[in-house]
Structure formats: C-alpha cells, structure tokens
Write a protein that binds this ligand. Structure first.
Ligand SMILES: [Zn+2]
Length: 266
C-alpha cells in the first residue's frame, strides 16, 4: 500500500463524518491529506468540519508560511496566490557587529533545505517518555549551482538555512498520517492516537511521532512526497502505522508515526 504524490491526484470518498472529531451532523469540507500549499493532491471528499478545518489549516499555515516558505518558492509549489509568489528571498549576513538582511533574486538565492531527523517514537521502541529524545537537523543541498550562488555572496558569513518550527512540524505529520490512514482504511476502523497532537494539547509529541533513520531515499523529481500506511502488531495489539516522507524528491528523512489501534482486531 504505497502511494506517492505524483502529478496524478487521488480522490477518496466521503467518510460520512469529520475524520478528526467524528461529528456527522455539521457540514464538512474536502480535506487535503498533504496540504495544497505543499502541492499535495490527495483529497478526501467531505471529510473535515469547520472547527477541525480551522485547526488543521492553522497548522498548515504555520508550516507553509514559516519554515517551508523558502522551499515552496524554490520548488514552485502550489499557491492560491501566484501573483504573490516572491521574486526575491532574504539572506542574512552574520558578522561581529550583528546581522544584516538583504534580498536576492530567487535564481541567485543559495538555499539548503533544512529539515530534521527524529529518533524512533517512544511507542515504537524508542526511549522512554521521561528521557530526552534527540532531533538532528539535516541540511539537504539540492541546487545544482549552489556553489555559484554562494560565490556571489563574497567572503562574509551567511545564514541561509531555514529554522524549523518543531511543534508545527509534529502537528503537520500527525495530521497527514491520521488523514491518510482514515482515507485508506476508513474513518472509525481504528482508535486514533494523534488527535491530542493535532488539537495542540500539551502532550509529549515524540510518543507517537518519530523517525526511521532512513535518509536519502529519493523519488523522481515530480513525486514530491510519499506516504505508506500499514499494520503491525505491538505487544499483541494490531496497530496502524504510517510512514511519511515530505520532500521525498530531495531524499528527506522518512518519519514513522503510530496512528491508532485497530478496532476489533487482536
Ligand atoms: Zn471535526
């Protein structure tokens, strides 16, 4: 069960209720599994009530206007406001006297995609929840002329990596994994584990969301992201797991997320 975010969109039928809160009475809108702003084109019809859509769209906005904004510009990912796509991006020169920001045309802007490698989540055999888990920043150089762009800057010291909003990233991964599992297996077929993370409750995010240690597996350039949902027995209980690789075309890390416990399965 591997689906990849190619140019061909996937459409899943209505689950008959909001895939997050389960409400079946209020009107619902269609739900992008991976946000449209990241060129996601898998959609569940009639799947998210207004209040849950408000929550998930805020998570998406924090990511797409925050630490994913530069990669979106460089890869020309989808936007509903094409005219507002930046023609220049900011770079920061760091010196003893402080930081100076200036902008460069996108074609000259040196950029490494900065993302994060996670330890396995505690639920899947990672560390105990009371221990500190580590995250490791990963900078992926994908511009063929990156060195040329750097050489244009002269000899100064520059910050050109994006800063990651970890909580927003965890919430986004939770939302994607939950929605994809609901699309593939049916809403209500499992007891969800990720709703607290999606709703922004103060829970340890590394309990259900972690890494696989796999970095560098690349899909073709036009396949930007991929997800895989599968079942696995954990301590005798069947669980739903989801692997999510955002920016698989850049070989970004693959995350593994515990989505839920199967209902009526032992
Ligand atoms: Zn809802």
């Amino acid at each position: 069960m591997i689906y990849t975010g190619s140019s061909n969109g996937l459409s899943f039928p209505s689950p008959g209720a909001c895939i997050y809160c389960g409400d079946a009475a209020m009107p619902r809108s269609r739900e992008h599994i991976i946000p449209y702003s990241l060129s996601g084109n898998w959609v569940i019809q009639d799947a998210s009530c207004a209040s849950c859509a408000d929550i998930t769209s805020k998570i998406e906005a924090r990511c797409s206007r925050g630490f994913f904004s530069e990669i979106r510009t460089h890869l020309e990912l989808s936007t509903r406001r094409k005219k507002r796509r930046p023609e220049a991006l900011v770079i920061t020169e760091v010196s003893k006297s402080g930081e100076i920001q200036f902008s460069l045309p996108v074609k000259d802007h040196p950029y490494r995609f900065t993302t994060v490698d996670l330890e396995p989540c505690t639920y899947l055999g990672g560390k105990d929840a009371s221990e500190t888990t580590h995250v490791r920043a990963v900078a992926i150089k994908f511009q063929q002329d990156y060195e040329r762009r750097i050489s244009l800057l002269g000899s100064g010291s520059f910050a050109h990596d994006s800063k990651i909003d970890y909580l927003a990233l965890y919430a986004l991964l939770a939302k994607i994994a939950h929605a994809y599992a609901a699309a593939e297996l049916g809403h209500g077929s499992y007891q969800p584990l990720l709703l607290d993370v999606i709703y922004g409750k103060p829970v340890p995010v590394s309990t259900y969301i972690g890494g696989t240690g796999v970095i560098g597996e690349m899909t073709p350039w036009n396949v930007i992201h991929r997800c895989r949902v599968f079942k696995e027995d954990i301590l005798g209980i069947q669980h739903i797991l989801c692997d999510v690789q955002l920016f698989s075309n850049l070989g970004a890390p693959i995350y593994r997320i515990a989505v839920g416990r199967s209902i009526n399965a032992c």
